[in-house]
Design a protein around this ligand. Structure first.
Ligand SMILES: Nc1ncnc2c1ncn2[C@@H]1O[C@H](COP(=O)(O)OP(=O)(O)OP(=O)(O)O)[C@@H](O)[C@H]1O
Ligand SMILES: [Mg+2]
Length: 450
């Protein structure tokens, strides 16, 4: 049953609203002041509040603002008397759902209450969905570098400072960016990601800044750019080192002026987005090669973060492995519970060139491929990770042919791993015919696991 809180200092209004609403099957409570309303809300949740604009003590607007600060706040419908309509209109700008005028119309009251309840439900559903969709941003690891990273995030997140995240592929740069956003003052606003490496050069400008219909072939409608989408929130420029010099120039101008013009338009758009960038390249080297603008680098690099490769915090491997085991066990509905010490030891000896992402893929793969196993042993691990990373590869081969075969084997195993053992997909990314890859696997002694 939906519950409604009636807040009005006139007993007559409280009484008649109570009668009307209860006849319709709603549960009601009443309060005669803003203070009493907030006290009631501290004890119980409501779907809708009918709130008089004029109240003794703290007034309706002030009460509204405090209600809006509550977690999972009810929808508020303002009730306005003769002289207070303007205030009621202002209240809707402050987040009230709508307003009713005295004398109250029975029909309008009931319609508004019904709509407000629907709006509240939608808002709740929206929040739940967002929660499900937002990738979790928990950074797992108790090693000193991971603890330091978490501490640095905590310190820097609430500032609006631009962040540049360095790290090899798969170390968790995106995770760090999301964690910064999640702990920032902008956490309720959007986090917008742009993968500069994945967008074709001639489209990136329109992707970032939007375009007007007809500004280039293929621009059939107006498009909002990522900078606009991130307004009020955070814009994550992933792999910023892959941006062309032309785009860099426009990004630089946008950062300086906090304004830009969409492609094919002369209208200036103002933006307020916190910028987080990431790169796996050494940008200073890119600058010396003329591939990256030095002025842009200094603007992005206000707060540098560096995410260490997994081989530098191997003590986190057990925690991470168990974390991913739990995750994938839940995702795939498996009962996998445990990784033996023996298997953990093997995982800790491996060098993890693909960092945490590679470890995550390995765990996902063993969970998928062993549906009935609850306890993972050394023998369930893919062949690649049995290679001892503490030994440097190379010296143990007597011929070039042997070295090349070993390298090819590792490389193909790694790619197969990334695609969960799917040979067709792997062949595609390697640019080989599927039959060719099969032959290669056979000569190299790799068993197909499809
Ligand atoms: N410390 C960690 N705790 C939990 N999960 C992690 C951690 N580090 C990385 N991951 C997970 O590993 C995967 C790779 O991380 P992420 O995408 O953030 O890396 P990246 O540095 O952006 O990689 P790339 O350079 O390949 O884009 C993600 O699924 C991420 O959730
Ligand atoms: Mg990334």
């Amino acid at each position: 049953m939906h519950s409604i809180l009636i807040v009005d200092d006139e007993p007559g209004i409280r009484q008649s609203l109570k009668g009307v609403l209860e006849d319709e099957g709603y549960k009601t409570s009443s309060a005669e002041s803003g203070e009493a309303c907030l006290e009631t809300l501290a004890k119980r949740a409501f779907d809708v509040i009918l709130l008089d604009v004029w109240l003794p003590g703290i007034d309706g607007l002030e009460t509204l603002q405090r209600i809006r600060d509550l977690e999972n706040a009810p929808e508020v419908i303002m009730i306005s008397g003769h002289g207070t309509i303007e205030t009621a209109v202002r209240a809707t700008k402050l987040g009230a759902y709508d307003f009713l005028e005295k004398p109250l119309s029975l029909d309008r009251t009931l319609i508004l209450v019904k709509n407000a309840i629907a709006a509240k439900r939608l808002r709740q559903e929206n929040r739940d969905l967002k929660k499900q969709l937002t990738p979790r941003s928990t950074i797992v690891g108790n090693s000193i570098p991971m603890k330091a990273l978490r501490q640095q995030i905590q310190l820097m997140a609430p500032t609006n400072g631009r962040v540049l995240i360095y790290g090899e592929s798969g170390t968790g740069k995106e995770l760090v960016a999301r964690a910064i956003h999640a702990q920032s003052l902008r956490k309720d606003e959007t986090f917008v990601e742009v993968n500069c490496a994945a967008i074709p050069e001639d489209l990136i400008e329109s992707e970032l800044f939007g375009h007007r219909q007809g500004s280039f072939p293929g621009a059939t409608t107006d498009k909002e750019g990522k900078f606009q989408k991130a307004h009020g929130g955070t814009l994550f420029l992933d792999e910023v080192g892959d941006m062309s010099l032309k785009t860099q120039a426009k990004v630089l101008r946008t950062l300086d002026e906090q304004r830009f013009t969409p492609v094919g338009s002369d209208e200036l758009v103002t933006v307020d987005a916190r910028l987080i960038a990431s790169t796996n390249k050494d940008l200073e080297e890119e600058i010396s090669r003329g591939n990256f603008r030095e002025d842009l680098f200094y603007r992005l690099n206000v707060i540098p973060f560096s995410v260490p490769p997994l081989r530098e915090h191997k003590e986190d491997v057990p925690l991470l492995a168990n974390h991913f085991l739990k995750e994938f066990s839940a995702t795939y509905g498996r009962r996998a519970r445990e990784i033996t010490d023996d298997a953990i030891e093997t995982l800790m000896r491996y060098a993890w060139p693909g960092n945490v992402r590679e470890l995550r893929n390995v765990i996902e793969r063993i969970v998928i491929m062993n549906p009935t196993i609850t306890r993972f042993d050394r023998k369930h691990l893919p062949p690649l990770v049995h290679r001892d990373g503490s030994r440097r590869a190379g010296g143990e081969f007597s011929t070039l042919h042997q070295a090349r075969a070993a390298y090819e084997r590792d490389y193909i195993l790694k790619k197969l791993d990334e695609h969960h053992g799917n040979v067709s997909r792997t062949a595609e990314v390697l640019g080989l015919e599927r039959s060719h890859l099969y032959r290669k696997m056979k000569t190299l002694g790799i068993a197909a696991k499809e």
